[in-house]
Ligand binder design. Structure first.
Ligand code: AR6
Length: 334
């Protein structure tokens, strides 16, 4: 799990680096800073900080962890809350971001943050937590690191738990989208080449009537893609994305791939699962399948079972899957 919110004393965290909510002169202070200095060893840590000399708000510097379990301490002075119109949000974001970058540069695999600025510096906890979580989760979309957000008091912990669920979903979703984007980028190129070959070899006869037979013109005649058609149907049926992928028995992450790639080509069983979820009639089902390059045929047991259910207007995907299972056919959805 890349971002975990825990309730703990940060000095007890067994991680590669802990982050100190520091001041710009890097002197021992109160709050989490005082606790870190006391556990690490006041003299050694102060000496190391004095060698660095200081740090600007939103920037980050690193020292040894001395007597802490953590190998390193990353010191970042967060902004002092002044009502919100003095770039506090940007500076707080910078504190998290620059600390993470520094941790990455020191090959840290795990880092623990306190809720920077939310004590002596007076930043409202709820807003600070949102900034912390969104900055960390955005960073984790592109980097592998285990990040703990260590909250000390009960109030922010309760809030964190609520946010925690949605943030995990955010990271999950952006991370997959990222991976798929690269994959589809490659596939898009392959498909483009295939389309050129296909279109050059067997152009649509109607298109011969056109004055200009150029490849670009031919490609402009493409119908709407599977994904475009699917999301148009979702709108037309007045349903929601969540209802659709749940009724289709489709994994949320796969659904988000399709949502983000207008030229995504699903497996046939996925395309059919959507037809079932959207309660499409036979004609509409065939149209949706065609957009992904498939059809229903009577030479296939699988297709006939699907056709049977659709004609019965039985759109219960689990019943349909039971039937497919009995007939040794692939099941719908994921
Ligand atoms: N473990 C985890 N979190 C803690 C701990 C701990 N041991 N102790 C406090 N917190 P603060 P700031 C939480 O005041 O607002 C210092 O003097 C605390 O509940 O430590 O950024 C520095 O030297 C709060 O939510 O940091 C600076 O001068 C959060 O840590 C100034 O305070 C941050 O509170 C920085 O103020």
């Amino acid at each position: 799990m890349p971002l975990e919110i825990v309730r703990n004393d940060i000095t007890r965290m067994d991680v590669d680096a802990i982050v100190n909510a520091a001041n710009t002169s890097l002197k021992m202070g109160g709050g989490v800073c005082g606790a870190i200095f006391r556990t690490a060893g006041i003299d050694e840590l102060q000496e190391a900080c004095d060698k660095i000399g200081g740090c600007r708000i939103g920037q980050a510097v690193i020292t040894d962890g001395f007597n802490l379990d953590a190998k390193f301490i990353i010191h970042t002075p967060g902004p002092i809350w002044q009502g919100g119109s003095n770039q506090e949000a940007d500076l707080l974001k910078a504190s998290y971001y620059n600390s993470l970058e520094l941790a990455k540069n020191y090959q840290c695999e795990s880092v623990a943050f306190p809720l920077i600025s939310t004590g002596i510096y007076g930043y409202p906890k709820e807003e600070a937590l949102q900034i912390a979580v969104s900055t960390i989760s955005s960073f984790l979309l592109h980097h592998d690191m285990l990040v703990y957000l260590v909250v000390f008091d009960k109030k922010s912990f309760v809030l964190s738990k609520k946010l925690f669920t949605s943030i995990n979903q955010y990271i999950d979703q952006h991370y997959v989208e990222e991976a798929e984007r690269t994959f589809n980028g490659i596939r898009r190129k392959e498909r483009y080449v295939m389309e050129q070959v296909k279109e050059v070899e067997i152009p649509h006869p109607d298109l011969y009537a056109e004055a200009d037979h150029s490849l670009v013109n031919l490609l402009n005649q493409l119908d709407e893609s599977f994904s475009e058609r699917l999301f148009r149907l979702i709108d037309e049926k007045g349903t929601t994305d969540v209802e659709t992928y749940k009724r289709a028995n489709i994994d949320r992450r796969l659904f988000s791939k399709i949502r983000n790639e207008s030229d995504y080509t699903p497996k046939k069983k996925t395309a059919i699962a959507f037809a079932i979820a959207l309660k499409l009639n036979l004609e509409e089902t065939i149209e949706l399948l065609a957009a992904a390059g498939y059809t229903l045929s009577h030479s296939s047991k699988f297709d006939i079972i699907i056709e049977f259910f659709i004609k019965q207007a039985n759109y219960n995907i689990h019943e349909l899957n039971e039937a497919l299972f009995v007939f040794d056919q692939p099941l719908l959805g994921i």
